[in-house]
Write a protein that binds this ligand. Structure first.
Ligand code: HEC
Ligand code: HEC
Ligand code: HEC
Ligand code: HEC
Ligand code: HEC
Ligand code: HEC
Ligand code: HEC
Ligand code: HEC
Ligand code: HEC
Ligand code: HEC
Length: 327
């Protein structure tokens, strides 16, 4: 490099740093004048242009830090700090601006808005997060999420700066997080026979995908946001592998109607979380007690009516020995 070109670059550098002192806006990438009007309604915020500037994201974040010291310090301990090292998407995908949009005008004059999540609509918030989080199996069905359709946004459960859990940046841990809106389920997990969610043995999100699930549509949303097991089967098999079989003799009720035809997934008043306190009544929902049934064992000996069906049909979930499911 010859001497005059060296001076030329020095000049540019000097110009650049003077600019930085004079106006953070020049560095941070200013907003369109009409975008930075004092109103910060959701749709206007959404329009905020994501103009990348020529400076490093670290310089940008330092500008924010000068006034938002605590937030910037805590940000450095969150997983989003990783965006600082990923330059592929340009500045618009790094640091504070990845979520709050260009902050130059605001840093110049704090009365000018940046994207403010507290004022944003739930839809705008979710869209913003999904610019990065839409991929991966966990979030694949985010667009169908029943939560999303009901204005429960990402920030109803997550907090980017004031999370109380180290993992996953949650507002609160499970199940308290879920109970804050789902009171009916809170009651179900206080029933005598239940999955021990409150004790931390299993979590709501072991069975549900709070971010949305793929699967059969019921009306306009996916059935109860229930997860599938890794093999795509009912979620219950994830833990109750012994009920999956394969069995030589299946009980069609299990295979076709699913666990929910006999059990209440959350919990209830009956042992084994069954739908009915009387097991016979449960069976007789589908097996009418026609005279043909048990012509020998039951009708001949009335006392057998006193026995629960599962006293004899012990392999109620499936058998490898016979179709009567009795061993
Ligand atoms: C010169 C000081 C200053 C700088 C630099 C600055 N801010 Fe601010 N910021 C403020 C003040 C003051 C407020 C409160 C404004 C109000 O309530 O009207 C604020 C508010 C905010 C809010 C909205 C909070 C709320 O409660 O409404 C966000 C988000 C924000 N700033 C982000 C940023 C980001 C991102 C940067 C860096 C690009 C930045 N700020 C740079 C002073 C600054
Ligand atoms: C991953 C998205 C994301 C990033 C990155 C991010 N913020 Fe935020 N910011 C939010 C959300 C969401 C809120 C609403 C409150 C919350 O969730 O904690 C918020 C709120 C704020 C507020 C309002 C005051 C408050 O305490 O809630 C300020 C100021 C702010 N952010 C500044 C910053 C600064 C400065 C940076 C960079 C160091 C930054 N944000 C990075 C998403 C983000
Ligand atoms: C109803 C509450 C709730 C909502 C709404 C929600 N989350 Fe979550 N999210 C959680 C909980 C609880 C976990 C931790 C449990 C788990 O791993 O599933 C989590 C985990 C995550 C994780 C880490 C796990 C992974 O592999 O992806 C990311 C990233 C995430 N959420 C992003 C989002 C985004 C983006 C949105 C909005 C589109 C969102 N969340 C909406 C409750 C919620
Ligand atoms: C610029 C891209 C980007 C945006 C926008 C973004 N994130 Fe992230 N998010 C990331 C990256 C990168 C990670 C770190 C992933 C990792 O650790 O592998 C992350 C991590 C997370 C995690 C923690 C995952 C864990 O396992 O602990 C949560 C929760 C999360 N983001 C939620 C959100 C929410 C809510 C928003 C919107 C307010 C949002 N993100 C916006 C890129 C982004
Ligand atoms: C063992 C798996 C499992 C666990 C753990 C679980 N759920 Fe469920 N949940 C289900 C199944 C299966 C359904 C569908 C029941 C039906 O359609 O009859 C369901 C249904 C729901 C529904 C729809 C309304 C209803 O009651 O049918 C909500 C809301 C719900 N669960 C919330 C929660 C919350 C909150 C938690 C944690 C406190 C939780 N679930 C834990 C499996 C589970
Ligand atoms: C901010 C409130 C809020 C929080 C927090 C919340 N939910 Fe929801 N959830 C809703 C709303 C609203 C609906 C839709 C209407 C309804 O079914 O009550 C819903 C629906 C659901 C459904 C589907 C119900 C159906 O009928 O299909 C499930 C499952 C569910 N939530 C599980 C969870 C789990 C698990 C958590 C905790 C990780 C959680 N929710 C946290 C508000 C919330
Ligand atoms: C994440 C693992 C997990 C998943 C998924 C799961 N369970 Fe369980 N389940 C357990 C554990 C652990 C116990 C034992 C509870 C205890 O000891 O308190 C249990 C107990 C039960 C019991 C009562 C057993 C008894 O002896 O009283 C029934 C019935 C049951 N589960 C049915 C289901 C159904 C139906 C589903 C699907 C909707 C399901 N489980 C999904 C872990 C799971
Ligand atoms: C046709 C009704 C029916 C269906 C369908 C059904 N169960 Fe059961 N299940 C029962 C009955 C009845 C008992 C109690 C048996 C007893 O007390 O001897 C039971 C007991 C259980 C138990 C506790 C005892 C044990 O064997 O481990 C678990 C766990 C269980 N079922 C899980 C499941 C799962 C998971 C599914 C779905 C794959 C399912 N059940 C489907 C009727 C059913
Ligand atoms: C949701 C409906 C449903 C429930 C509840 C149910 N079953 Fe079944 N069961 C079926 C169906 C369907 C078949 C397939 C054979 C048929 O057509 O009856 C079957 C088959 C059987 C068979 C094998 C019969 C044969 O001819 O091979 C036995 C034994 C049996 N069930 C016992 C029970 C017992 C005991 C209970 C109660 C714990 C029960 N079932 C609950 C639907 C149900
Ligand atoms: C004392 C033992 C015993 C009890 C209790 C019992 N069964 Fe059976 N069950 C049998 C035997 C043995 C057979 C095969 C012989 C027969 O068909 O009479 C049978 C056959 C069946 C069959 C298939 C036969 C057909 O006609 O389709 C069904 C279904 C059945 N039982 C359901 C039930 C139900 C439902 C109950 C409870 C109301 C019950 N069983 C109670 C022993 C019992």
């Amino acid at each position: 490099m010859n001497r005059s070109r060296g001076l030329y670059f020095l000049g540019i550098l000097l110009f650049f740093f003077l600019g930085l002192i004079a106006s953070p806006q020049a560095v941070l990438g200013g907003q369109d004048p009409q975008e930075s009007s004092s109103s910060a309604s959701g749709s206007e915020q959404q329009k905020a242009v994501e103009a990348p500037s020529d400076v490093s994201a670290t310089t940008e974040i330092q500008a924010c830090q000068s006034c938002h010291g605590d937030i910037t310090a805590s940000f450095e301990r969150t997983p989003h700090w990783k965006t600082m090292n990923d330059t592929r998407g340009g500045h618009a995908k790094q640091g504070c601006e990845a979520c709050h949009g260009p902050g130059g005008d605001h840093a110049d004059d704090p009365s000018k808005p940046v994207f403010d999540f507290k004022k944003a609509t739930s839809e705008d918030t979710t869209d913003r997060c999904l610019t990065c989080h839409a991929s991966g199996s966990e979030h694949l069905s985010a667009s169908n999420s029943f939560h999303r359709q009901n204005n429960v946004s990402c920030t109803s459960c997550h907090s980017m700066h004031h999370a109380t859990t180290r993992e996953h940046m949650l507002i609160k841990r499970e199940p308290g997080l879920c109970y804050s809106c789902h009171l009916q389920q809170k009651a179900q997990f206080n029933m005598p026979f239940r999955h021990r969610v409150n004790e931390g043995l299993i979590t709501c999100t072991d069975c549900h995908n709070q971010h949305g699930t793929s699967g059969a549509l019921e009306g306009d949303h996916l059935v109860r946001q229930v997860r599938a097991s890794s093999s795509g089967d009912v979620v219950c098999f994830k833990c109750h592998t012994d009920k999956q079989g394969p069995f030589v003799f299946e009980h069609e009720a299990v295979r076709i109607e699913g666990c929910g035809s006999c059990h209440i997934a959350h919990g209830g008043a009956n042992p084994r979380m069954l739908k009915y306190s009387n097991v016979d009544l449960l069976c007789l929902q589908c097996h009418t007690n026609s005279p043909g049934i048990h012509a020998t064992v039951m009708d001949a000996n009335q006392s057998h009516y006193e026995q629960a069906c599962v006293n004899c049909h012990v392999k109620i979930h499936g058998s490898n020995f016979n179709g009567l499911l009795d061993r």
